[in-house]
Design a protein around this ligand. Structure first.
Ligand code: 3HC
Length: 284
């Protein structure tokens, strides 16, 4: 294995899941957060999710403890990336923020290290161009919940080398995932297919075709989706869905990606789904 030590920047929903799967597969992980409370929160989420796997007898208590011992928290990017083989960035979907993170990573990480972004919508080519190693820059797009979902979308930027593709593909396989290589176009494949479906489901509610529960029942019972599109939109975050639709709309200049006005209004009102306690459904 080329990758023995990884730094994961960001311990939110995606970041802590990414740390979880690397650490569970014997890879040393440096988890980077901005504040001690956020690092503690990420670690306790990982501990709870590992506990859930122990309860389901997928792993034993020894494996849980070993996984946790593979994770070291850091509050400083430069220190965390010093001796790693791979950096996976999972900070919020904001180009300027990611650019700032990668400037620090690029300066401090070993020359041979691969830089990966878990971005769901920002161009890999554009992010790569902000660094001095665009050939070693790649998209490594995981899916929520990361410990459960089998897909890793491996996104090849304009200058990403075949060697970086090989390393990331093999790394994803070593994590028990199924990598799928895609070219760098807006939404890649996953969100280019998923988001228009979610948007259309929102239009069904907006136009009074059906209530959210009924739209979701149609897709769950008729199409065997594990979650209906509106429940899934809440789970992903309505703000994230809106951001991705805007990236598709801007990137292709095609009105078929126009975000539904109801989605825009819900985001404006702060109804973001699970994380805000309310979206198409209410949550505790
Ligand atoms: N960590 C570890 N295990 C977890 C977990 C987590 N965070 N979350 C769920 N699990 C496990 C459960 O323990 C359970 O294990 P089992 O199969 O041994 O019983 C299994 O996953 C199923 O969970 P639950 O029984 O709690 O609930 P469900 O059966 O309803 O499944 C779900 C939950 C896996 C989330 C399922 O509803 C699902 O697959 N939903 C679709 C998720 C999806 O589409 N994700 C992609 C979102 S798009 C994205 O991430 C990309 C971004 O760019 C937008």
């Amino acid at each position: 294995m080329d990758i023995q030590k990884v730094a994961v920047i960001g311990g939110g929903t995606m970041g802590n899941g990414i740390c979880h799967v690397f650490a569970m597969n014997g890879i040393a992980v440096h988890l980077v957060e901005t504040k001690q409370e956020l690092a503690d929160k990420a670690l306790s989420t990982i501990e709870n999710n590992l506990g859930r796997m122990v309860d389901k007898e997928k792993i034993d208590v020894g494996q849980k403890e070993e996984t946790l011992s593979n994770i070291q928290p850091f509050l400083n990017i430069s220190k965390a990336v010093k001796e790693v083989d791979l950096v996976v960035e999972a900070v919020p979907e904001n180009f300027e923020l990611k650019k700032k993170v990668f400037a620090e990573v690029d300066k401090a990480a070993p020359k041979k290290a691969i830089l990966a972004s878990n971005t769901s919508s920002i161009s890999i080519t554009k992010l790569a161009a902000t660094t001095y190693r665009p050939e070693q820059f790649i998209g490594m797009h995981f899916f929520n919940p990361v410990p459960v979902m089998k897909l890793v979308e491996v996104v090849k930027g304009l200058e990403t080398s075949d060697e970086a593709i090989r390393v990331i593909t093999e790394t994803a396989e070593a994590l028990g995932k199924n990598p799928v290589e895609v070219a760098d176009y807006p939404g890649f494949v996953s969100n280019r297919v998923l988001m228009p479906m979610i948007n259309e489901a929102i239009y069904c509610v907006y136009e009074g075709v059906a209530e959210p529960e009924d739209v979701d029942s149609v897709m769950k019972l008729g199409m065997a989706h594990p979650m209906g599109p509106l429940r899934l939109a809440d789970f992903i975050g309505l703000d994230v869905c809106l951001d991705i639709l805007n990236v598709l709309h801007d990137g292709f200049k095609d009105p078929k990606y126009r975000p539904c006005p109801l989605l825009v209004k819900m985001v404006d009102a702060g109804k973001l789904g699970d994380k805000s306690g309310e979206g198409f459904y209410e949550y505790d």
